[in-house]
Design a protein around this ligand. Structure first.
Ligand SMILES: NC(=O)c1ccc[n+]([C@@H]2O[C@H](COP(=O)([O-])OP(=O)(O)OC[C@H]3O[C@@H](n4cnc5c(N)ncnc54)[C@H](O)[C@@H]3O)[C@@H](O)[C@H]2O)c1
Length: 434
């Protein structure tokens, strides 16, 4: 790692000695919440209340396969906090999903909605299944059964579901149908739905747009002028959208990686052409606008900005050591950095824009979609973007000012701001949290 002296954020460095390097999301979220509770002076009892979800529902989903055989799948909906509003959070369809992961994602959603000052709490759902291993008809049966099983605890004023990894617009359309049991569509029952069912313009790019806005808000503080070199880990919805928008801000996207492939071009990739190539079913490895790269080498490509936008815990302390040139880390995936990696970047003087701020664009536009559903309106793409820009700028300003005032990393400032808002809501509602 680079020396800390004289680099941006160096006065905010912390020692890495006792900080966990556990890549599981449960460990990452618990560490961050406990640290915030400590700083707020919460005792053990209050910290336990803060960590515990208000409600966690586990459901079993019988799946009739197309060949007639029957399987049993498990799904979860966890509402971590509804102190500041209905639950809000996506539904993840992936084989690795389990109760701990969903709980941790719900905890992070509580913090994220509070940092962004959106009128929601935090929730998350998931089904332990590989959607790519199912036929369309099987996937539809799973999704409808899941939505039906959680329907008593979700909906417009209770808990507003949304997509996460593995769940596309079709999935949300089926879920919305289940959540509209009387027939008439209830557009505010969930977000991330197709435009034709009351979805919002700008929802698909919202997380990437939020990342680009937070980059713009902090690039000067990180000393990044000209055309900084960017490495993007993850070429999904978040990674690709961020790459496209950062390129528009004059960045050079020098490498992009995914699970089993990566591509590099020192002069900068043509990200639009790369996105089209992937859309047409191509892979990073066979994109002829760059050189194939071993994905394990991705973080070693010289860069100024790192965008980990794949999945949780991929950047541990060792990986942070390989990314030793980064001056700014834009945490696209939830829990992308282990606490030890986070501390290593701080020690090296890199500025880390934490997930709960950097990727909040998704939940911000989800909130707008919910509002449009309640009002039975559809705002223009320009209007959505204006509102998103204002909300992201305000959140970035609030977190930056707090970090500067207290001489703390941005992540600490974001968690402290969120916890303050939660404690205030608890106090005003007369709920025990302290
Ligand atoms: N989509 C959203 O609006 C949104 C909002 C907030 C946060 N997030 C978070 O951002 C992350 C990415 O979301 P997404 O919607 O882009 O998902 P996605 O499934 O579209 O893309 C994930 C990408 O990560 C890559 N990947 C997965 N495992 C990897 C590994 N071990 N090494 C390298 N690459 C790997 C995949 O190949 C893929 O390119 C997730 O953590 C998600 O929870 C998403």
């Amino acid at each position: 790692m680079r020396a800390a002296a004289g680099t941006p954020g160096s006065s905010r460095s912390v020692s890495t000695s006792t900080i966990p390097d556990d890549p599981t999301l449960a460990a990452i979220a618990e560490h961050q919440l406990r640290a915030a509770a400590d700083r707020a002076g919460l005792d053990d009892g209050a910290t336990a209340v803060l960590l515990a979800p208000e409600r966690a529902l586990e459901v079993s989903i019988p799946l009739r396969r197309d060949d007639g055989s029957l399987e049993s799948l498990t799904g979860w909906r966890v509402q971590h906090s509804t102190l500041r509003g209905p639950g809000k959070g996506g539904v993840r369809l992936a084989p690795s999903v389990d109760a701990q992961e969903v709980r941790a994602l719900a905890q992070l959603m509580t913090i994220k909605t509070a940092v962004a000052a959106m009128p929601f709490g935090g929730a998350k759902g998931g089904v332990a299944v590989d959607p790519r291993a199912l036929s369309d008809a099987e996937l539809e049966r799973v999704v409808r059964a899941f939505a039906g099983a959680v329907s008593p605890i979700v909906g417009t004023d209770l808990d507003v579901m949304a997509p996460d990894s593995g769940a596309d617009e079709r999935v949300l359309g089926w879920m919305l149908d289940v959540l509209s049991p009387d027939g008439p569509l209830r557009p505010a029952a969930l977000t991330g739905k197709p435009l034709a069912l009351g979805g919002s313009h700008g929802r698909e790019q919202a997380t990437g747009r939020g990342l680009a806005l937070s980059f713009a808000a902090f690039r000067e503080e990180a000393g990044l002028d000209g055309s900084p070199r960017v490495v993007v880990q993850g070429s999904g919805n978040v990674g690709l959208a961020a790459a496209l928008l950062l390129a528009e801000q004059g960045c050079r996207i020098v490498a992009v990686g995914r699970s089993r492939s990566a591509v590099v071009r020192e002069e900068g990739l043509d990200v639009r052409a790369l996105a089209d190539h992937l859309d047409d079913g191509g892979d990073l490895a066979d994109f002829d606008g760059g050189d194939e790269l071993d994905p394990d080498e991705l973080l070693g490509v010289p860069h100024d900005v790192l965008v980990p936008a794949a999945t949780e815990g991929l950047v541990d302390e060792e990986a942070a050591g390989r990314a030793d040139g980064a001056r700014l880390v834009l945490e696209g995936a939830n829990g992308a950095l282990t606490p030890a990696a986070d501390a290593a970047f701080a020690d090296a003087g890199a500025l880390v824009i934490p997930d709960v701020l950097a990727n909040a664009g998704g939940v911000i536009v989800s909130t707008f979609e919910h509002q449009q559903g309640l009002l039975r309106e559809q705002w223009t793409a320009e209007e959505v973007d204006l509102r998103l820009t204002a909300a992201m700028r305000r959140a970035c300003d609030e977190v930056r000012e707090r970090a500067a005032r207290e001489d703390r990393p941005l992540r600490d400032a974001a968690f402290d701001l969120a916890l303050e808002r939660l404690l205030e809501a608890a106090r005003l509602r007369g709920r025990p949290l302290r």
